[in-house]
Ligand binder design. Sequence first.
Ligand code: SF4
Length: 456
Amino acid sequence: MQNHASRAATFLKDDARTDWHNNTLWHVRSKRDKLVHGIPEWESIRQLGSDIKDNVLSNLDTYLEQFVAKAEANGVIVHWAVDAKEHNEIVHGILARHKVDKIVKSKSMLTEECHLNEHLEKHGIEVVDTDLGERIIQLKKEPPSHIVMPAIHLKKEEIGELFHEHLGTEKGASDPQYLTEAARGHLREKFLSAKAAITGVNFAVAETGGVVVCTNEGNADMGVHLAPVQIHCMGIEKVIPRAEHLAVFTRLLGRSATGQPITIYTSHHHRPKVGGEMHIVLVDNGRTKQLGREDFRNSLKCIRCGACMNTCPIYRRSGGHSYDHTIPGPIGSILSPGKDLKKNKDLPFASTLCGSCSDVCPVKIDIHEQLYKWRQIVSEEGHLENVKSIPLAGAGAVLSRGGLYNFMGKAARTALKIAPRALIYNQFNAWGQSRELPEVPKNSFKEWYAKNRKDA
Ligand code: SF4
């Protein structure tokens, strides 16, 4: 059975792609640092964002009721979906009532999570993802590998080939400007013929009943403005209390996601257009369960900026598809075990626990602490593989007995000096395949200390 490590090994086979992926994401992380260090009040905005989200999670029912009442008063039709299946049925029901056979969609990880495209296509509805990265992976029949840059794992030459096959661009052409213009022409026609548009939601304001969608390409707006029926799908945790709080989150989001002061488009949708219909679908799909898990509830603060992925040394060198989950990277590794612990038991271990993810998170989620807690649960519930549980039991026995620890230390230092190198560096020991042990010291630190500090 495939796990994160084996999928990462497949990604790592292409050295050039791995280096390029690693460097590109680090470049985005560096852009983020530059912008963040440019505003002295960054840490207080971060704290404020975290506090607002804490308040939301403690009063989620109240803010959702307030949001729904305001939205309905604005003429919006609001739906509640308990899970992905219900969400998909609601969206399909709306489209079927309007006899829609073509839709445009933009900026929605939630619809990815619910596998909406597959559901609608099964019912004969053509779905076109309109953001450039989303359209690329849709044509390639792949899931996104990053929540902000879904096609970041692909090189421009691969996109050139894909567009040649599907959009009829010149063979061998890989100039980004040329390819973007080709995509624009192709999508323009889709926008004009779509009868409904679906978008995700970055923030839903309880005070006004409006939803806010942040994008850099404007395709979400193009879809919503042209199609008579607009549908906004959102997880219930996206609600924020007041419009003034947007000032906090839009500053946090753009800087953390792509190193921009603000996203190019920050669009507010409050009511249906004249002669049109506006729907909002509020989705639980496991979120209230996560809210009830004390150690993990604050993972629901996430504003999906992707900064934890860009900084993570594991994500950068293993690629988003190695996580096999809609949300990859550090935040995905604390959300996915809550959905299916057995299937995702390896993901909390896809981390060095260096804490860089928690350091960059704009809403101060203690990501690495939660990864560590999931590891404990995986172990307690008996899901740890033998390859981990047996050495860990051995380590636990040695580390908890001083005498045994000293003896084993001495034995290991001697063994490492005389043992053949092939014992560690062989095809069966994954650790030794990419690492070198430091030179074995003559003495332990304890012995060194006893000898050198006896007068201290
Ligand atoms: S966990 Fe934090 S850093 Fe990661 S995507 Fe969510 S908000 Fe961004």
